[in-house]
Design a protein around this ligand. Structure first.
Ligand SMILES: Cc1ncc(COP(=O)(O)O)c(C=O)c1O
Length: 404
């Protein structure tokens, strides 16, 4: 829903504000919250955050920072020790080398994306976005005056984004290509060979790769984002990484993210931060230093736990008659195709999703918001018992209503 549709006073809003779409994730979560307020218990698979608590040692570092009086502003680019920790973590985990001065700390990955858009794009600049895609990608491009060019990944190809697809979608106005691997919502991972070709292409065709690695530490079946170091070598300053502590460290509410990229871009982001938010909360930044420099076993345990859940959810959804589902290679979302269940009663997955919620108290996100009508995004960042019961309800709902 756009703000102008909500009430008459919206006529005074800027065109920019009026054009904004409210995320479908938020819309569904609001409906689920309303049901809960009315006393119903809802199995909520619309969520985009881990169900586990932030590890204790991270919270303790932040509390100690508060007790020690670390309650003042930090520099707009963030605490120097956090900038260094982000650079070191990326070097260690993904073999990419960035200097601390090439890192700015942001209020979550969302601000990192917003800032990169503001710093890079002029009106009419094109950004290639493989789709199905996280809706905030296209909104961040719109907010910066840019033009999203959606390029469709296909279910029959496992929703893989290939260098060929990107090559066909780029043109003289292409300023950036957005790569999100593993992808929200499909869970697809870009093959290292394709990533390298895209890196070379970025240099030859002079575009920036905006690489969103939000779910990079949550890849399954022994996959590793090892190509990133080679892409950095090939693409150099044309590689910009947008990241966050939110998912791998269970820190969604802490609001800590980062941009890694060339000095000019990082300095521009820092200037934008200095005139808007100043910095993320100081004690939250201290907690993030502990997350990145402390023990990492928690992260691998988290990944193993999500793989275990994926191993249940994927086959269970794919076994429902009339449903197909690509195996998620990372992240914590399954993206089943329920297109064969659409009918005059449920012309789209928004209608189907709302009925599913009202009738079975199971919340999922309709595919339309991800540019993928006919699909549902099912988060498996929920406890196993809830997933078992939820999938059972989804299967019963679709079985009971087929052919309506
Ligand atoms: C692909 C992707 N990028 C970035 C983010 C940003 O997360 P945050 O702002 O919590 O760091 C999200 C959150 O859902 C995401 O799915």
């Amino acid at each position: 829903m756009k703000p102008r549709e909500r009430d008459g006073s919206a006529r005074d809003l800027s065109q920019r504000a009026r054009a904004l779409e409210v995320s479908p994730t938020v819309a569904m979560a609001q409906r689920a919250a309303a049901l809960r307020t009315a006393g119903h218990s809802v199995l909520d698979f619309s969520v985009g955050e881990p169900d586990q608590a932030t590890p204790k040692h991270i919270s303790q570092a932040a509390t100690a920072a508060l007790d020690a009086g670390r309650t003042r502003y930090t520099g707009a680019a963030g605490l120097p020790e956090l900038r260094a920790a982000v650079a070191a973590r990326h070097a260690k985990d993904f073999g990419v080398s960035f200097a601390p001065e090439e890192v700015a700390i942001t209020i979550g990955g969302k601000q990192a994306l917003y800032l990169a858009g503001q710093a890079l794009l002029d009106r009419g600049d094109e950004v290639v976005i493989p789709s199905p895609h996280w809706p905030t990608f296209s909104e961040a491009v719109h907010l910066a005056g840019g033009k999203p060019i959606l390029v469709r990944a296909q279910e029959k190809d496992g929703f893989k984004v290939t260098a060929r697809m990107i090559s066909k979608a780029t043109g003289p106005r292409t300023k950036a290509v957005l790569i999100n691997s593993p992808c929200n919502p499909t869970g697809a991972v870009v093959d290292p060979e394709d990533l390298l070709v895209i890196g070379d292409m970025a240099v030859r065709r002079k575009f920036t790769i905006l690489y969103d690695d939000t779910y990079a530490r949550l890849t399954f079946d022994g996959r590793h984002q090892s190509a990133l170091g080679a892409v950095r070598e090939a693409a150099g300053e044309r590689l910009v990484i947008l990241g966050t502590a939110s998912k791998s460290y269970c820190m969604t509410g802490w609001r800590i993210g980062w941009v890694l990229g060339p000095r000019a871009l990082v300095d521009a982001c820092t200037a934008l931060i200095s005139h808007s938010t100043q910095s993320p909360a100081t004690f939250a930044q201290v907690g993030a230093v502990e997350a990145l420099t402390g023990p990492q076993k928690f992260v691998t345990d988290l990944r193993d736990e999500y793989q275990r859940r994926r191993d249940f959810v994927h086959p269970a959804l794919a076994a429902i008659p009339g449903v197909t589902c690509v195996v998620p290679a990372g992240g914590f979302y399954a993206f089943p195709n329920v297109g064969r269940h659409l009918s005059p009663r449920w012309p789209d997955t928004l209608a189907l999703g709302l009925d599913l919620l009202d009738e079975t108290r199971v919340a999922v996100v309709p595919g339309e918001g991800f540019g993928a009508p006919g699909y549902l995004r099912v988060s498996f960042a929920r406890p196993m018992e809830e997933l078992e019961e939820g999938v059972r309800r989804i299967a019963g709902f679709l079985a009971g209503r087929r052919g309506d």
